[in-house]
Design a protein around this ligand. Structure first.
Ligand code: MTE
Ligand code: MO
Length: 323
């Protein structure tokens, strides 16, 4: 069984358009990702990167829990079924409309309760720390999930550069909100800009990823180019896309979804099969790409399966009350 399917006639082989070393690393990642499976067979599509975006070379992550054993979700689904309300609320809207996003030039202001607040340019962020390949589950609060091979490094690398003060207890993430680039920002579906937040210890956890790419390439616009957060043990909406501002705070910030409906979207929003969303159960999930007449839903795992790594962050907390 071939590891990789061939692209349609007339399109270059990925191996023809990416440097050898990058290609080798990608294969290693995909092989690591498929450990324990019979082979990539049915997921051959998932194993085929598109080869249209610039490569983002990375090393295999050494962070505990950073490479799950699940089969990666097909590239076409990862980049074609998205939530990015700045480009519309339909799952197909971001892939259709995000071509107007301009991910360069780009800067991120990092300020608030820290000794060295400043603005970082994208080029500096790209070389701030070694890029790592990580394969994470992503669980959306809507009851579906994917498995995505991200490229990036721990957010802690950036946070420690600005030297948080003793007052810093929370971190707020603010996405770009530019009507000229983002047609959805003209609607009032959310109070723009999109805002999210973490407790400082959550933000400093090595699994909390500042992602610049996926499938070995820079992020497609619809996935939050040029950089976004990925917090794999929380519902997907906590992972803000296209971030322009990171603030260190002494008080808990109010996130966009929390502001819109505090009964439904708590600040923590840890994946928890025992705490149902008021409108739907969170006990199971639909893995995108697995749908079939006889496909069973998967049981949702506590902290999305990352409990060994992050469970202690919530010791002593009532996770029903602080949901
Ligand atoms: N700025 C911004 N970030 C966002 C969203 C959004 O609408 N705007 N949607 C969130 C939701 S609900 C999910 S499930 C994930 C989806 O990420 P993906 O499209 O890369 O899979 O992005 C999150 N980050
Ligand atoms: Mo989501």
């Amino acid at each position: 069984m071939p590891l990789l399917s061939l692209p349609p006639a007339g399109q270059p082989l990925p191996s023809e358009i990416t440097p050898r070393e990058v290609w080798r690393q990608r294969r290693q990642l995909l092989q690591a990702a498929s450990l324990g499976l019979a082979g990539l067979g049915a997921s051959a599509r998932a194993a085929t990167p598109p080869g249209r975006l610039p490569a983002l070379p990375a090393q295999r992550s050494g962070v505990a829990g950073a490479l799950v054993m699940d089969k990666p979700t097909a590239y076409a689904d990862v980049t074609g079924y998205n939530n990015f309300y700045e480009f519309g609320t339909d799952k197909a809207d971001p892939a259709r409309l995000a071509h107007t996003l301009r991910p360069r030039p780009w800067t991120v202001m990092v300020d608030g309760a820290c000794a060295k607040p400043r603005r970082f340019g994208l080029e500096e962020l790209l070389s701030l720390a070694p890029m790592e390949d990580r394969l994470y589950r992503l669980r959306c609060v809507e009851g579906w999930s994917m498995v995505i091979p991200w490229v990036g490094y721990s957010l802690a690398e950036l946070i420690r550069r600005v030297e948080p003060t003793g007052n810093a207890r929370y971190v707020e993430f603010i996405s770009l909100a530019d009507k000229a680039q983002m047609p959805g920002v003209r609607s009032s579906v959310l109070d723009w800009p999109y805002r999210e937040g973490l407790r400082l210890d959550e933000a400093l956890h090595p699994l909390t990823l500042l992602a610049f790419g996926l499938y070995g390439e820079v992020l497609p616009h619809q996935n939050g180019a040029p950089l976004r957060l990925v917090v794999p043990w929380k519902y997907g909406f906590k992972s803000a896309k296209s971030i322009v501002h990171i603030r260190l705070l002494d008080k808990q910030p109010v996130a966009s979804w929390e502001r819109a409906n505090p009964q439904e979207y708590g600040f923590y929003s840890n994946v928890n099969p025992q705490v149902d969303h008021p409108r739907w159960s969170q006990a199971t999930e639909r893995r995108i790409g697995e749908d079939g007449l006889f496909t069973k839903k998967r049981p949702t795992l506590m902290f999305n399966g990352y409990e060994p790594q992050v469970g202690q962050l919530y010791a002593g907390m009532d996770l029903r009350r602080q949901f």
